[in-house]
Design a protein around this ligand. Structure first.
Ligand code: ZN
Length: 413
């Protein structure tokens, strides 16, 4: 007969065992994360940083070494006795597949744990723009990379996908992305997992640009950062205390849909005068078209309806006055849209990335100038405003980091 006491004891043992497992996992992830961030470390250094006993750390490091993820890499400086052995991350113990899915193309890369690209392929987006065709293209891309590299499936930790948002990152569903009208509610994670037979994680593009810069780019030293993706549209990703801030349960970072002109044009989102409709790449194109139609001559542009972002960036490189004025004003509007973000979040760092900010390098300085002038002074003093370092790779690197998050940081959910 089971008494209440037996039940209580059983439940107690289950809880203690569960907590021990959790503690063990936490310690393992902390060892890996410390070595990833700081480079090779000795057992004594790890024990000191983690406030654990040498014997405790030694066991964790030995386990990780026998699983192949850590390896012995030389000796450190002696503090009197024997030189301590240093342990480093074996970046090729496992691999991840990173997918950067945009309206125009699908980029698939196979990366090691330090995000060195082993092989990559870039496919044009399918003509019919249907979710089914995108899934098939990703499947083909992944298959090609696995075959070419000869890396066995068991060494692949998973697949990270950067997708146009909004994305429910809990379920991996893409929800009505404005630039892909045939996509309604697409269970992208589920469909790709069926096709690839590997674990898949899906996140909106701007979040992964932020995560990529935080882990491997300009944001490495910053705990709190805001990444602003300025391309055809304007997106944002927020990192708070080292982790991506997704909102409840998702949807945070829509910096592009804050109002900067109450009476401005209607935006895709239904609001009027959003930052995106006033200062994105498409907004610049719209204004240049209007000026040319109104009689402003410029030798750098084709017929107004044919103007693309690439024409704008080329005209800027050729020193076209109209373009320079438009891009300067656009940068000031972007800065205006970021004042509220800085005042409310007070990040350590603001990172500007995306095609338009890369093509117009003065944008960072203009944004800096406006922010310094307009943000509450005590808040802007320590704020760094920088360009993204990963350039057009930040989506892929972020998608890889999304998969690696699992092993390097414990996701308590
Ligand atoms: Zn909007």
């Amino acid at each position: 007969m089971i008494t209440y006491l037996t039940l209580f004891k059983k439940e107690g043992v289950r809880l203690i065992k569960g907590n021990q497992r959790l503690l063990k996992k936490m310690n393992r992830t902390q060892v890996l994360d410390l070595i990833r961030r700081e480079g090779p470390l000795s057992k004594a250094q790890l024990a000191e940083r983690m406030k654990l006993t040498f014997a405790g750390v030694s066991k964790i490091v030995n386990d990780l070494e026998s699983s192949g993820i850590l390896f012995l890499r030389g000796e450190g400086r002696s503090s009197g006795g024997r030189k301590p052995a240093l342990y480093a991350l074996n970046a090729t113990a496992f691999y991840v597949v990173a997918v950067d899915l945009s309206v125009d193309e699908i980029h698939v890369a196979l990366m090691d744990l330090s995000t060195v690209t082993v092989d990559e392929t870039c496919l044009a987006a399918p003509g019919d723009r249907t979710p089914r065709s995108y899934v098939e293209a990703v499947r083909l891309g992944v298959q090609t990379l696995l075959e070419r590299s000869g890396i066995p499936r068991k060494k692949i930790l998973g697949v990270g996908v950067s997708s146009p948002g909004p994305v429910n990152s809990v379920t991996g569903e893409v929800l009505y992305p404005p630039n892909l009208p045939l996509w309604n509610v697409v269970p992208l994670k589920e469909r790709l997992e069926q096709e690839l037979r590997m674990p898949v994680k899906v996140e909106k593009d701007a979040n992964l640009h932020a995560l990529g810069e935080k882990w491997f780019g300009a944001g490495r030293g910053a705990d709190n950062l805001v990444y602003v993706l300025v391309g055809e549209g304007i997106g944002g990703g927020i990192v708070i205390e080292g982790s991506l801030y997704r909102g409840t349960p998702f949807g945070a970072g829509e910096i592009g849909h804050g109002t900067v002109d109450l009476h401005g044009p209607r935006c895709n989102c239904g609001n009027y005068g959003c930052l995106e409709v006033m200062a994105s790449g498409l907004a610049v194109i719209r204004r240049i078209r209007e000026k040319i139609r109104a009689g402003h001559a410029s030798p750098h542009y084709p017929a107004p309806e044919k103007i693309q972002l690439s024409n704008v960036l080329k005209a800027f490189q050729c020193g076209d006055d109209l373009t320079i004025r438009e891009l300067e004003e656009t940068s000031r509007v972007i800065a205006a849209g970021l004042i509220g973000v800085v005042n409310s979040l007070r990040p350590d760092m603001l990172i500007l990335g995306g095609k338009l900010s890369r093509g117009f390098p003065l944008m960072t300085d203009i944004v800096k100038g406006v922010i310094r002038e307009r943000v509450v002074p005590a808040l802007s003093e320590q704020l760094q405003i920088v360009k993204g370092e990963l350039r057009d790779k930040s989506g892929l690197v972020g998608a890889a980091a999304l998969v690696m998050e699992e092993i390097f940081t414990l996701q308590l959910k």
